[in-house]
Write a protein that binds this ligand. Structure first.
Ligand SMILES: Nc1ncnc2c1ncn2[C@@H]1O[C@H](COP(=O)(O)OP(=O)(O)O)[C@@H](O)[C@H]1O
Ligand SMILES: [Mg+2]
Length: 360
């Protein structure tokens, strides 16, 4: 029997972003990549924080080999040539641009080629550690996959900045969709310039206005927005009460942006992260049983479901109740001080209290 030539599956690409710096994007990318490798998937972590690369530190690697900086400044070097094995067999790493200056804003063509090549890497998962801010480069990396990961801290200003990050991303996605149409671009511009916080505009209005300006285009915009469902990871959580911020963002994104954000994980504040940094190794290697590492493992297990199915997420519709599901799954990592891990009933009561608090 003739052997069929196996067609390699493209990787599931997971951009990890969140607008602000210092919220744990790099720590999460490094440890999640390692967790996926430990789950026997081939994982590559890419330091895409152009101008602020530091993922090599978190992985305990030196800073002396070529990475994205060299790819962006060279004529013929491609990203697959700068992938290097780290820590263990299925785990690989692409450094950023720490050795090269002024690559933070590559041209559209360079960026497009880079993203195209990243999607063609031979792996099951490719994680992209993004930089801070809402620059077009950060947005384009974040939008490169429907399965992007949004990191947020449990604080009120953080929810606002995460919301604005999503809003910027949605507008960037739409303006790329309508690049050549002056009418729709004008509609987008008039909404984009409105005040930034929640309550300033509704995506349904934008879609109606687009539809009026160019019949059919509103529908196209709606589909594009719905197709993209970021997963929210709340990081540095201290108490279950902090969960409330995830629910707040989910609601704002749904009501104002028409965007379905899945509440995916609640990662604890944990000293293991700092200890690991000072010992130059990933937290997962220092103490896999630490609460932060257990949270990362849960998230890795969930994401592992999408291995080999990079397009499937976009068609996935089972979103109702992601906050409750996530909260129930992660609650055991946050027992109130001095008490045992809560029972399922106690958890549900607690969640109802939280919901009531949310509506205040
Ligand atoms: N869950 C956590 N618990 C404790 N410290 C954390 C946690 N997540 C991140 N940190 C700390 O926060 C700082 C910023 O993390 P980093 O991953 O570099 O953020 P970013 O990539 O978003 O700029 C680091 O000092 C890191 O050790
Ligand atoms: Mg970082």
């Amino acid at each position: 029997m003739a052997l069929k030539k196996q067609k390699a599956n493209p990787p599931v690409v997971l951009p990890v972003g969140g607008g602000k710096g210092g919220i744990g994007k790099s720590v999460i990318t490094a440890n999640l990549g390692l967790a996926l490798a430990r789950l026997e998937h081939r994982a590559i972590v890419v330091d895409a924080d152009l101008g602020g690369s530091d993922l090599h530190n978190i992985l305990g690697q030196g800073n002396d080999e070529a990475g994205l900086g060299e790819v962006l400044t060279s004529k013929d070097l491609t990203v697959d040539q700068v992938v290097r094995p780290v820590l263990e067999p299925r785990f690989r790493f692409v450094a950023g641009d720490a050795l090269v200056v002024a690559t933070a804003n590559p041209s559209f063509q360079k960026k497009r080629k880079l993203l195209h090549d990243i999607k063609g890497l031979d792996a099951d998962f490719v994680l992209l550690d993004l930089g801070a801010g809402t620059s077009i480069t950060v947005m384009d990396f974040f939008l490169t996959s429907p399965l992007s990961i949004l990191v947020m801290l449990p604080e009120r200003p953080a929810v606002l900045s995460a919301f604005n990050f999503l809003k910027n991303a949605v507008f960037r996605a739409l303006s790329r969709l309508f690049r050549r149409n002056a009418k729709t671009e004008a509609v987008l511009e008039s909404y984009r310039s409105r005040s930034r916080g929640p309550g300033a505009m509704k995506m349904t209005e934008v879609i109606d206005a687009l539809e009026q300006a160019a019949p059919g285009e509103g529908e196209r915009a709606k589909k594009a927005v719905e197709r993209w469902r970021p997963k929210l990871v709340l990081n540095r959580v201290r108490l279950m009460d902090d969960f409330v911020y995830a629910s707040k963002l989910e609601r704002w994104a749904r009501e104002d942006l028409g965007l379905l954000v899945e509440v995916a994980a609640f990662l604890p504040e944990d000293d293991v992260v700092r200890q690991a940094a000072s010992q130059n190794m990933p937290a997962l290697d220092l103490d896999p049983r630490a609460p932060f590492c257990r949270g990362i493992a849960l998230l890795g297990l969930e994401l592992a479901n999408w291995a080999g199915k990079p397009g499937a997420w976009a068609a996935h519709r089972d979103f109702e109740g992601s906050f409750e599901r996530g909260a129930t799954e992660y609650a055991p990592l946050f027992p109130p001080p001095g008490t045992a891990i809560p029972t399922a009933e106690e958890l549900l009561t607690r969640l109802k209290d939280l919901e009531a608090k949310l509506k205040e």
